[in-house]
Design a protein around this ligand. Structure first.
Ligand code: G3D
Ligand code: MG
Length: 184
């Protein structure tokens, strides 16, 4: 059974649609993670023509997924996908130190987006099964995550391949779903 079906039961209100944005550089592990999350119960995948954006709908959850790097051409369209995001999930390949700077800059760009202001951020320090992986705390330090003060955030070590740590991360996600829609 997919993790999302477990998480569905953790949601505060069954009718509420939780909108998640799953982003990261190419090769970070998003697609692998998505398979762990949704398993067989993805009811609907819509590839958006020309944009490489995947919208995955699974009863009560909506996930928008795409590679964030090298997509400057489509930046004007980001807005459409950011609106009403409950939690931002950012995936990093912890074994790819050469790209820490790049992924850090892309993340900083994201956090600057007005539509994502205050949206809770879960960072998956992925590929922990590799011996070459930086630990979650090394990653946090390398990416200066402690400078993030305008939202709730958490780094979760995981392996999308073995699923280790994935559920813990998603439990954090469920606990930090923002209710901006209701409050605003
Ligand atoms: P993306 O969708 O973010 O671009 P993918 O990334 O999910 O396609 O993963 C890119 C590559 O990393 C894949 O390898 C995938 O198997 C691998 N990968 C993803 N997560 C993990 C993990 O936790 N541990 C390890 N060891 N590998 C992982 P290939 O070889 O298929 O390109
Ligand atoms: Mg992919």
């Amino acid at each position: 059974m997919g993790l999302l079906s477990i998480l569905r039961r953790l949601k505060q209100s069954p009718d509420q649609e939780v909108r998640l944005l799953l982003l990261g550089l190419d090769n970070a592990g998003k697609t692998t993670l998505l398979k762990q999350l949704a398993a067989e119960d993805i009811s609907h995948i819509t590839p958006t023509q020309g944009f490489n954006i995947k919208s995955v709908q699974s009863d009560g959850f909506k996930l928008n997924v795409w590679d964030i790097g090298g997509q400057r051409r489509i930046r004007p369209y980001w807005k459409n996908y950011f609106e009403n995001t409950d939690v931002l999930i950012y995936v990093i390949d912890s074994s790819d130190r050469k790209r820490f700077e790049e992924t850090s800059m892309e993340l900083a760009d994201l956090l600057d987006q007005e539509d994502l202001a205050g949206v809770p951020l879960l960072i998956f320090a992925n590929k922990q099964d590799l011996t070459t992986a930086s630990t979650a705390s090394e990653l946090a330090e390398g990416l200066h995550l402690h400078t993030i003060r305008d939202r709730m955030w958490q780094v979760q070590a995981c392996s999308a391949l073995t699923a280790e740590g994935v559920q813990d991360g998603m439990i954090w996600v469920c606990r930090n779903i923002s209710f901006r829609k209701k409050n605003s």
